[in-house]
Design a protein around this ligand. Structure first.
Ligand SMILES: Nc1nc2c(ncn2[C@@H]2O[C@H](COP(=O)(O)OP(=O)(O)OP(=O)(O)O)[C@@H](O)[C@H]2O)c(=O)[nH]1
Ligand SMILES: [Mg+2]
Length: 374
């Protein structure tokens, strides 16, 4: 299958360039404000290593995120088949693309359990904030979507909305919209579906410069997609700006507010249902219908526990992720200092804060490392 790349609403990038990261509203601003890394970096005398660049891989559950990363680094990420996200944590896979080193981040997917959206957003955001605070370069986001899905599902819709709010308009040129599972295809139907995607759901992103790829499942094309993003300037996402420069809580960010309002809606419905069942139980008890009262009590327990889970999800969004991340970075620095040691790269600190390094598997490829995020 041939690689299709469209460049709309912007010039075709021809060479690597470094530029100030844009804000979500088009202003330029300091990438890290009072850059904690600069201060820590000076005292630690760190070197800036070329490996300190990240690419996020995102998409709903089963869209092929782990598969994509496994093409770049065989057997590094857990692939799955279920409706619930196989990848419950972020995983970082370091790999070389030609002469360039890049850390790929496998993120948990938004799945059919809406309840997990807040947790998933929290995990992704924590990682993005750590990357931003450490001054690690973010080169782009790969957004995966299954071309064999017959419709744009509820989770795909929710994810797309949140995704757009996480990224913001100025990050759009750093987004690669990638359709997967072409090899499983009746090709003609999938080509039509791809056109529909581009003309409807993705039209806005494409008109503002997002890249498009039909992924054939190969390592070669995975490298091409990553290489293309690497040519883009470094990017600061809207949610990073809102958390770290505007000091918002997660629920105050545009993406967090979106998830939060969905939780509130569900809470209102559940409250109403719980009230109604409780009334029915009173009625059943009054009329001496013990069997009905018993059944209703079971229903009440189920709805109450659903309500509790929603309420807990709402709490997830109240986190001050930027401040928490700052404290964790400081703790990591202090711990190292107390041992009389020094950090050797930003990614090492990143690992210390967001997860633990999984040793590379026995493989001939020596340039790969995998980190698992908390
Ligand atoms: N043929 C083919 N199979 C794929 C492709 N991408 C993923 N798969 C398969 O589809 C299934 C789901 O892929 P995963 O990579 O686990 O999906 P994921 O997005 O990581 O899912 P979660 O971690 O659950 O969010 C796995 O069995 C993969 O082997 C592709 O491009 N082509
Ligand atoms: Mg996965």
């Amino acid at each position: 299958m041939s690689l299709i790349k469209l460049f709309r609403g912007k010039n075709i990038p021809t060479q690597s360039s470094k530029a100030e990261p844009p804000t979500s509203d088009g202003q330029l601003f300091e990438a890290t404000g009072s850059d904690p890394f600069e201060t820590i970096g000076q005292t630690q005398n760190w070197n800036l290593l070329p490996s300190d660049s990240l690419i996020m891989v995102m998409g709903v559950t089963g869209s092929g995120k782990s598969y994509f990363i496994n093409q770049l680094r065989p057997n590094s990420a857990a692939e799955g088949h279920g409706l619930q996200s196989e990848t419950k944590v972020c995983q970082i896979v370091r790999t070389n693309i030609g002469a360039t080193t890049v850390a790929m981040i496998d993120t948990p997917g938004f799945d059919d359990e809406e309840i997990d959206d807040a947790e998933t957003l929290g995990i992704i955001t924590r990682l993005l904030t750590t990357q931003f605070r450490l001054g690690i370069r973010l080169k782009g986001i790969i957004y995966l979507h299954r071309i064999n899905d017959t419709r744009f599902s509820g989770s795909a819709r929710r994810f797309l909305k949140v995704f757009q709010e996480v990224c913001g308009e100025n990050a759009i040129p750093n987004i690669a919209l990638v359709t997967t599972m072409w090899s499983k295809s009746p090709h003609q139907i999938y080509l039509q579906r791809d056109v529909q995607l581009q003309n409807n759901w993705w039209a806005q992103l494409i008109s503002k410069g997002a890249l498009i790829f039909q992924y054939d499942g190969s390592r070669a094309m995975a490298e091409t997609i990553v290489g293309q993003l690497f040519r883009e300037r470094d990017v600061v996402l809207k949610i990073q700006h809102q958390l770290s420069n505007e000091h918002h809580l997660l629920e105050q960010t545009s993406a967090g507010a979106l998830v939060s309002s969905e939780i509130e809606e569900r809470l209102t419905i559940l409250d109403e249902e719980v009230r109604s069942i409780a009334d029915d139980i009173t009625e059943a008890n009054k009329s001496g219908n013990r069997e009905k009262a018993h059944q209703l009590n079971i229903q009440l327990q189920e709805q109450s526990s659903r309500r509790e889970r929603q309420a807990m999800a709402r709490e997830e969004l109240k986190q001050d992720i930027d401040s928490d991340t700052g404290s964790e970075i400081e703790r990591a620095v202090e711990t190292k200092k107390s041992k009389g040691e020094r950090w050797e790269s930003r990614l090492q600190v990143f690992e210390a804060v967001v997860g633990q390094l999984i040793p590379p598997r026995a493989t001939k490829t020596t340039d790969l490392e995998v980190l698992n995020c908390k």
